[in-house]
Design a protein around this ligand. Structure first.
Ligand SMILES: [Zn+2]
Length: 70
């Protein structure tokens, strides 16, 4: 991530970027999304963790989510 993100819980700036995984990448699927395959209807989820307090923040691309909504 290029921008400096602050922790939403403690306000610290020691955020570490990573992925939020199960046995593979995890995708966000908007409710009522167009019926497509998971590869096209899922929005990849990025994760940031604060190494001061442990807060995990998830982030999805809002433009991709909007494009999938009916
Ligand atoms: Zn924190």
């Amino acid at each position: 991530m290029d921008e400096q993100k602050k922790c939403l819980r403690c306000g610290g700036s020691n955020m570490v970027a990573g992925s939020f995984q199960s046995t593979g990448l995890v995708y966000f699927k908007p409710k009522g999304a167009k019926v497509l395959t998971v590869h096209t209807s899922g929005v990849s989820v990025r994760a940031l963790t604060c190494i001061d307090c442990g807060h995990v923040e998830l982030e999805a691309d809002p433009a991709k989510v909007k494009s999938l909504m009916k």
